[in-house]
Design a protein around this ligand. Sequence first.
Ligand SMILES: Nc1ncnc2c1ncn2[C@@H]1O[C@H](COP(=O)(O)OP(=O)(O)O)[C@@H](O)[C@H]1O
Ligand SMILES: [Mg+2]
Length: 265
Amino acid sequence: MKKNQSAITICFTNNKGGSGKSTSCANLGYELSAAGKKVLLVDGDMQLNLSLSFFDEEKVLEMAESEKNLYQAVRNKRNLSNYIVPSPYENLDLIPSSILMSQIEYELFLMMQREFILKKCMEEIRNNGQYDYILIDAPPTLGTWVINILCASDYVIVPVEASPWGLFGLANMFDFLNHLRDMTEAEIMGVLVTKVDERKNYYRQTREILDQYREIHVFDSFIHVDASIEWAQDASKPVTVYKKSTRSATEFKKLAEEVMGYGSR
Ligand SMILES: Nc1ncnc2c1ncn2[C@@H]1O[C@H](COP(=O)(O)OP(=O)(O)O)[C@@H](O)[C@H]1O
Ligand SMILES: [Mg+2]
């Protein structure tokens, strides 16, 4: 797996919105921390969904409007170590986002080496031994900001919704990642199939199509449609904290085991 003690950095990307990026990032992050790993979550999306997974709206907006969020750090090229907010859970911290993230493309456009700004901001935090895992939630775009996120990552998890349109555009995204080969060493850790509904047949169909990409790993774990996920998000809690016995809680725990075992396969 990784060569040294630096944090394993994983981003969640898919330019298709609603595929389960923020949900997977938040819940995998929680499960890794519950397994005793030290985890930092980085909210890279102006929609603030990752931050909202752990804090109520009032607190998230307060952080978004403060000087202590990812937008301010990147814009001012600051070390992220000074932007950490502890979550309500042990071993789990967050770098909150800002609505101003909508301007980040413009800010980056004016900078030299614009693809590597986030990587530089994260250098210390990735290497100082403070965290085992850093998970970055990306917005549903493929611009310079997402390139920054990919350049700052070791691995990519691609959540895909098990639906007729879930795979639409995925080939473009894989091409996009291939084009970045000389900029980033980030490799796809796996595709995670989400929102699987047993009453419909899309999981099998989705798996069959994904299996045609022979070089791309698909996680054995997948996440069923589970109303508890939305209730948990409404309560700003990980699904396991909201309802331990619910199906998706077990599934995210299994995913965490799979991620922790990655590389020893
Ligand atoms: N397994 C699931 N079961 C039910 N609803 C889900 C599930 N995963 C995600 N959702 C819901 O689907 C929507 C999109 O998920 P989200 O994680 O925000 O996707 P993305 O970050 O890719 O846009 C959210 O409203 C979320 O509550
Ligand atoms: Mg999202």
